[in-house]
Write a protein that binds this ligand. Structure first.
Ligand SMILES: Nc1ncnc2c1ncn2[C@@H]1O[C@H](COP(=O)(O)OP(=O)(O)OP(=O)(O)O)[C@@H](O)[C@H]1O
Ligand SMILES: [Mg+2]
Length: 347
């Protein structure tokens, strides 16, 4: 039934239509037009339907929170709360009270009447646990208990309250590695590691960079009443920059460029030095044309064309048309060349 049978799902056509930014109820729209992000959304749509916990893994600024909001919107809990709990931002001493709440008089400075914890507030909705690797060591066991029993007890309390919460975890550190090294509880890791979605970094999805530039230039032009644009050369340089802070960094970089540049057209000279200095080096032509077994060289080239083509055109159908072959040929070649999409692994 699906028009693209590369992964056997009839829903891919839905994702194929995500050519513009999506409103996920955050300040910014979610840009997801690259093939890599469509694959991520495809998986997110599939898991959103199931009331299971999900873990989102990816570098800082790739859009984990935005994706979590997207899953919330698509889930049966869409009318319930979406509560963000940033485990890295809560001081260790307040962690338990923040998550579990407290009864009146639990400690000096405790609010009269006590206070509900964030997990209680998330009842019938989704708790988004950001930066799970930062959960203090002595709290990890308490979080594990909640995941197992779905019960919370306020600090200073005596009775347990049942909560109906779905969890979405986010990690920008590799939890598997941390747990192998003994820096994160193994039992908690196994609990968190049920359904994993890995969001690839921005530098691996060039269309994401281009669409991000368009979106944020437009956004900040409107916000500040400007009419600036990026020159072609400036765009090329930004396209090849490595963006270690991903879309968040891109957004801030564009804002700054628009505000500080003198002219209406932003040229390479306007770009900050760190962008000029941190170009991903262009591919070495020598290496590409070195004398080596022809079959290997041809396969290498095919792999590059297919990977890049998928990134640019976003579907095997469109790519097949452009390359003048059938869609099943594309799928077969992808398989043969080992072009897989690793969105559910920790590497
Ligand atoms: N796909 C996207 N489309 C548009 N903007 C994005 C996208 N991904 C990230 N951003 C921008 O980056 C900002 C940070 O995104 P988000 O908070 O979802 O990242 P994160 O992965 O949770 O990062 P961290 O690990 O640092 O918490 C957003 O506010 C938004 O401005
Ligand atoms: Mg985040």
């Amino acid at each position: 039934m699906g028009k693209d049978d590369s992964n056997g799902s009839g829903k891919i056509s839905e994702v194929d239509e995500f050519t513009s930014a999506l409103d996920v109820g955050a300040e910014h729209k979610l840009i997801a037009s690259s093939q890599a992000m469509k694959d991520v959304l495809q998986l997110a749509i599939r898991v959103a339907d199931f009331d299971c916990n999900v873990c989102l893994f990816g570098e800082t600024g790739v859009g984990k929170e935005m994706l979590a909001r997207f899953i919330h919107q698509r889930s049966s809990r869409r009318n319930g709360p979406f509560v963000v709990i940033n485990c890295g931002a809560i001081p260790e001493t307040l962690f338990e009270a923040e998550l579990f709440g407290y009864e009146k008089g639990a400690f000096t400075g405790a609010r009269e009447g006590g206070k509900a914890g964030l997990l209680e507030i998330a009842d019938r909705g989704i708790a988004f646990l950001d930066e799970v690797s930062e959960i203090p060591a002595n709290m990890q066991v308490k979080v594990l208990r909640v995941l197992e029993d779905r019960e919370v007890m306020r600090v200073g309390g005596t009775s347990r309250r049942t909560i109906d919460v779905r969890f979405i975890f986010a990690a920008n550190k590799n939890l598997k590695e941390l747990s192998d090294k003994g820096e994160f509880r193994k039992d908690l890791f196994y609990r968190i590691d049920s359904v994993l979605i890995r969001i690839p970094p921005l530098r691996e999805r060039k269309t994401g960079i281009l669409d991000g530039l368009d979106y944020y230039v437009d956004y900040y032009n409107k916000k500040y009443g400007l009419k600036k644009a990026l020159s072609r050369d400036a765009r090329d340089i930004l396209l090849n920059y490595s963006w270690p802070g991903n879309m968040r960094q891109l957004s801030h970089a564009v804002e700054k460029l628009l505000i500080t540049s003198d002219s209406e057209i932003i040229s390479p000279a306007d770009l900050p030095a760190y962008i000029h200095l941190n170009h991903i080096p262009a591919e070495d032509i020598e290496a590409k044309t070195a004398i080596r077994p022809l079959q290997e060289a041809v396969q290498d080239l095919e792999r590059k064309i297919l990977s890049r083509g998928l990134e640019v055109y976003g579907s095997t159908h469109k790519l097949a048309k452009v390359l003048g072959v059938s869609q099943p040929t594309i799928v077969r070649k992808m398989r043969k060349l080992g072009i897989t999409r690793k969105y559910h692994r920790w590497d």
